[in-house]
Design a protein around this ligand. Structure first.
Ligand code: F6R
Length: 245
């Protein structure tokens, strides 16, 4: 893992967007994995700006979402599909047919998950995956205890993650309890990973996944074995690391 520590969230976001931009310039039909949540919002803003002001071209980019809440339709303002449209997809020239999402209303999530993994393979695999990390060390919504060899699957959110995500829903009771998420193994197969973490509330999870042992209790720890992972942290998120980076 290559680890970079930036002073602020703004610097972290700009650096992340620069990496995505270079990847698109090197491979215009990049298969890009998107993460939702608060952390990548600055990066998406910067990518939107790069499209508008610098002509960064997304017309051949293919994207896959990491996860989606079960029982939320694409049109639901709290669905991740809606999140991506608001934060990125509506602001760039990506083609609708190149956008792939787990369907929160699907009848058989297990069958759907296998199909989703197959779709990723058929696209040639994900070239670059953006990731955040949960306070419990989750990647995607692979909560503590998820087998590290799990592929895309239906997952139950922990109480802590439900509480963390309540800020997007207004009330904890409104947060769906289940999601379809890409599995740790599916993430591990991605060619290049770009994980972002910001804020002191992520410092414990960051120290554990980078410097602790590889364990299903911290699913992000699987990245220690990944051949091409870049981690960008702000100083607060890096504050509990013991090593010098
Ligand atoms: C989002 C996702 C999650 C988040 C994580 C951090 O698609 O899969 O793993 O990246 O929960 O969320 P934020 O960035 O809101 O702190």
């Amino acid at each position: 893992m290559k680890i970079f520590i930036k002073k602020t969230y703004e610097e972290l976001s700009k650096e992340a967007a620069e990496i995505v931009k270079k990847a698109i310039q090197a491979k215009p039909n990049l298969v890009l994995g998107l993460a939702s949540g608060g952390t990548p919002q600055g990066c998406y803003q910067e990518l939107s700006r790069m499209h508008k002001e610098e002509g960064l071209d997304f017309s051949q980019v293919i994207c896959f979402s990491l996860d989606e809440y079960l029982e939320l339709s694409f049109n639901d303002p709290n669905s991740y599909y809606h999140f991506y449209r608001e934060n990125l997809l509506n602001h760039i020239n990506i083609q609708f047919r190149n956008i792939h999402f787990p369907d929160g209303l699907v009848d058989n999530p297990t069958e759907f998950s296998a199909e989703y993994d197959k779709k990723i393979k058929e696209a040639g695999g994900i070239d670059l995956q953006l990731l955040g990390i949960g306070r419990d060390g989750h990647l995607g919504f692979n909560e503590p205890g998820t087998p590290l060899d799990a592929r895309t699957h239906l997952a139950k959110l922990t109480n802590q993650t439900i509480e963390d995500n309540a800020r997007f829903f207004g009330k904890k009771e409104y947060v769906p309890k289940f999601v379809i998420t890409i599995g740790p193994q599916t993430i591990f197969e991605v060619k290049k990973i770009l994980l972002l973490a910001s804020g002191g509330n992520k410092a414990d999870a960051v120290a554990k996944f980078i410097e602790g042992s590889i364990t299903p209790q911290i699913t992000a720890s699987i990245l220690q074995k990944h051949p091409d992972t870049i981690v960008i942290l702000d100083e607060a998120a890096a504050s509990k690391l013991k090593g010098k980076y």
